[in-house]
Write a protein that binds this ligand. Structure first.
Ligand code: FAD
Length: 438
């Protein structure tokens, strides 16, 4: 895996000297989550979870139980992005002897290649696990960490985004060593992955240009505000800036700045092949708590046992959530990966481009006109954020990015539904209310 000029990882054939064009290979296409030659999340989930899970819901996948909650055991919630379950569950698996190591994302050591700020690493102690808290909206890749797993016998747990976990499951189907060693897959609910340009653009707006950026924290909790009003911390060797994230251009997740193009062809929000999935519980009953609350989708009996016993010991607080609440908490992400994806597939196919096989079919009929306009501008914003930021870096002038992206973003924010669309939306809400659904 190597970084391209836009700060995104791409796969190259090992023997390839010319890294200007990524190349497919037969072995890579057996594990690439977007390959046409691999089973989809429904098929993988069926093999893994149909016995352990009583239920499966479209968009959510299989599950045994659904919860909202946070960790009360010391330090986890404070060090985490949300309720702290990401580091807690890895720690719990290690402390209870279920695994010997965890594979997670930590700040990269300065000597690591390509000057990246974060990377996948192995941790074998609670102290090391504590270094890995927080969401890293940043490019990461697994090949180096997996080389270590192959070298070091033991039992492992891994945490990752839906497409990374799918890749691990595919690898396990083809590789008995990985199947035997990786015992638990923890998934993160995912909006999309960012290139390194995202971190650099935030830090530069805060006054720290890319060449000076040494540390970034995308999720500094503002203990006086709502959970979704967090701050960004950017630091050089000599100074540290903390700015409310919403004041920085490009941080509206809907706009999709610095997104990988592959993310626009993903239909897995809830890491449907993971044993346990963690996200932010963006729900009215939780969003006002500035310390953050997790959403948990449990698909594995052992992990459910760990959660229930920790709840009895008052080390965590969890409350059951309904399917509707769970889906509602990721409403925007699901719409983008359902109706939105259907339209984006139509656009790509009409342009004669290859698209990965998806569980959603291509159509332009599932979206009203103003939503189609939004989708077109989201695609434009994804593209323009990469190209204009590269130009800005080359010229040493941040305004090139801010002006180019800002113009399209303002146009995007002006889009409103027409009269008929507003009326239809009201009718839909009324129908849902009458049927008692949120
Ligand atoms: C790119 C990205 C997009 C996300 N999109 C959404 C979303 O749309 N909706 C939503 O509800 N939640 C989303 N999340 C998840 C959310 O931000 C929190 O990570 C999650 O709620 C867990 O928080 P926590 O406090 O329990 O975890 P913490 O205790 O903070 O632990 C986080 C764990 O995740 C690991 N980690 C951090 N970054 C990465 C990464 N890039 N790849 C793999 N592992 C990583 C860390 O190593 C750590 O083990 C996203 C996360 C990422 C990284």
């Amino acid at each position: 895996m190597a970084l391209n000029e836009h700060g995104q990882y791409e796969a190259y054939a090992v023997t390839q000297n010319d890294r200007t064009q990524p190349q497919p290979s037969a072995s890579a296409s057996k594990v690439c989550p977007f390959s046409a030659n691999v089973p989809d999340e429904d098929t993988i989930g069926l093999g893994l979870f149909s016995d352990a899970c009583g239920q499966k819901v479209d968009g959510l996948g299989y599950f045994r139980s659904l919860y909202g909650g946070h960790v009360t055991q010391e330090g986890f919630r404070e060090r985490g992005s949300s309720g702290g379950f990401g580091s807690w569950i890895l720690n719990e698996l290690l402390e209870t002897g279920a695994v010997d190591y965890v594979i997670h994302v930590r700040p990269a050591a300065p000597e690591q290649s390509e000057n990246l700020l974060f990377s996948y690493q192995l941790s074998g102690s609670p102290q090391e696990i504590a270094l890995g808290g927080k969401s890293r909206y940043y490019p990461v890749e697994l090949s180096e960490a997996l080389k270590e797993v192959r070298k070091t016998p033991g039992r492992y747990a891994i945490i990752g985004l839906p497409c990374f976990i799918k890749s691990i499951r595919l690898l396990q189907q083809n590789d008995p060593v990985m199947k035997e060693r990786i015992r638990f897959c923890i998934g993160l609910v995912c909006g999309h992955l960012k290139s390194s340009g995202y971190a650099e653009s935030l830090a530069w707006q805060a006054g720290i240009a890319s060449d000076r950026l040494k540390r970034i924290d995308f999720r500094v909790k503002d203990n006086t505000d709502r959970a979704d009003r967090y701050c960004t911390l950017a630091a050089s060797d000599t100074e540290e800036r903390i700015i409310p994230t919403k004041e920085l251009l490009g941080t509206d997740w809907g706009a999709g700045t610095f997104k990988y193009k592959a993310c626009d062809f993903c239909d897995d929000v809830f890491a449907e092949t993971a044993d346990l999935v963690l996200g932010d519980a963006w729900l009215p009953q939780y969003v006002h708590d500035p310390l953050g609350t997790n959403l948990l989708v449990v698909r594995n009996k052992h992990l459910e046992g760990l959660l229930l016993s920790a709840a009895e010991d008052d080390r965590i607080e969890i409350k059951p959530l309904s399917v509707e609440e769970t889906l509602l908490s990721q409403d925007a992400g699901l719409r983008h990966r359902r109706e939105g994806l259907s339209y984006r597939l139509r656009l790509e196919q009409d342009a004669g481009h290859w698209t990965p096989p998806k569980r959603i079919s291509a159509s332009s009929k599932r979206l009203p006109k103003h939503e189609r306009q939004r989708q077109l501008l989201r695609i434009r914003m994804r593209e323009i954020s990469h190209t204009s930021f590269l130009k800005a870096k080359t010229a040493g002038d941040l305004s090139i990015y801010l002006d180019s992206f800002g113009t399209v973003y303002r146009e995007y924010k002006r889009i409103r539904p027409g009269l008929i669309e507003k009326l239809l939306a009201k009718l839909k809400k009324l129908k849902q209310k009458l049927l008692g659904r949120p």
